[in-house]
Design a protein around this ligand. Structure first.
Ligand code: NAP
Length: 322
């Protein structure tokens, strides 16, 4: 079968199309014929070596795929054969025509949802839902959603009011992505490409404060936001580090105003994310969470897709179709 092999750690060019052996499922596993493979932002960090890879290259790359179950291993429900599912692999093996994954990590795709849309929404929705549950918004609060035009931020922006945000302030890079964040439901958008954006945010708050920050940018700007937060109730949900480092905040920074930082990461968090996959796909099928698809490219174009993501040009997911 054709697959995209990560031949080493480095630039997009390490992702090379090769013929490899079709995988067969072990006990508790299934194999799908892939119809849609999302290219995920964190995957670009794995490929470049900024995140540790769970397997040594050369290895078939990729985390998620959606498609039809064609083979099951011992102990797997036979009713899954022929069903469309979205799967998460053990960290590799999804940029391929056939993908092997644990059956426990397979989420049934509702009939009303295309495989492309399922692939596009799975991660964004299943991360946004536990973030919103953790935020426990009261109905009167103001939230800040960073990088709101794409990825997890786009799902947070669509869902925040339903989950109890009264005002949604978003950040996005440039006019096109700012317009997208507004279309997704933000009340105000600040362009985070401007280095002094936390000051612009403070101006837009006009004396009010932020109750919740969904922090995907991290780094030192996270600390710049603390003085704009509601004393005692203000909470930061730190789930990403687009800037290259997690929020650079210590208890010394949080203490003066009694703020809280919750780290939304680690195995227990990811188990919760995985549990939310069904809810994310159901929402997409019923129209309460719109999948954001930038483009559908052929599997051969995986390296190009990584390059586009690194240039920050897609507005929505790039989905590969074998
Ligand atoms: N904890 C979890 O469970 C979890 C799960 C998934 C992802 N994550 C993390 O959450 C963050 C967002 O992931 P995602 O998949 O939602 O990303 P994404 O939105 O699909 O893509 C990244 C976008 O972030 C914006 N951005 C802002 N600052 C950036 C910077 N310094 N470098 C690159 N891009 C920047 C860019 O849009 P603009 O053009 O608008 O700037 C870019 O298009 C990542 O750090 C990811 O690793 C965490």
């Amino acid at each position: 079968m054709k697959a995209i092999v990560m031949t080493g750690v480095g630039g997009p060019e390490v992702l090379v199309a090769q013929d490899v052996t079709v995988p067969h499922p072990g006990p508790g596993e299934l194999v799908i014929r892939a119809e849609a493979i999302p290219v995920l932002f964190p995957e670009t960090k794995l490929r470049s070596g900024e995140f540790p890879m769970p397997a040594e290259p050369p290895v078939v790359f990729g985390f998620q795929a959606a498609g039809v179950v064609v083979e099951i291993g011992d102990g797997v429900d036979t009713a899954l054969l022929g069903r469309r599912v979205a799967v998460a692999t053990m960290g590799f093996g999804s940029y391929a025509e056939f993908v092997c994954a644990p059956a426990a990590a397979a989420t049934a795709i509702p009939d009303a949802l295309s495989s492309v849309d399922a692939a596009a929404v799975l991660m964004d929705g299943s991360v946004a839902l536990p973030l919103l549950a953790t935020a426990a918004l009261t109905g009167t609060e103001t939230v800040l959603i960073e990088a709101a035009a794409t990825g997890v931020g786009s799902a947070l922006t669509q869902l925040a009011k339903e989950f109890g945000a009264a005002r949604v302030i978003a950040t996005a890079g440039g006019p096109e992505k700012s317009a997208r964040a507004l279309a997704l439901g933000a009340d105000t958008v600040i362009d985070h490409n401007a280095p002094d954006w936390p000051n612009r945010l403070r101006e837009s708050l006009d004396g009010t404060t932020l109750d919740v920050v969904f922090d995907s940018i991290g780094g030192t700007t996270a600390r710049d936001l603390l003085t704009a937060m509601t004393p005692v109730r203000g909470r930061i949900l730190s789930y990403g580090w687009l800037s290259g480092a997690p929020a650079q905040i210590s208890t010394t920074d949080l203490l003066p105003n009694g703020l809280t930082l919750t780290a939304c990461a680690g195995p227990a968090w990811l188990a919760e994310v995985s549990r939310c996959g069904t809810a994310a796909l159901d929402r997409a099928a019923t129209g309460t969470l719109a999948p954001q698809v930038d483009s559908v490219l052929s599997l051969d174009e995986a390296a190009n897709a990584h390059q586009l993501i690194e240039q920050r040009s897609p507005i929505g997911k790039i989905v590969l179709r074998p």
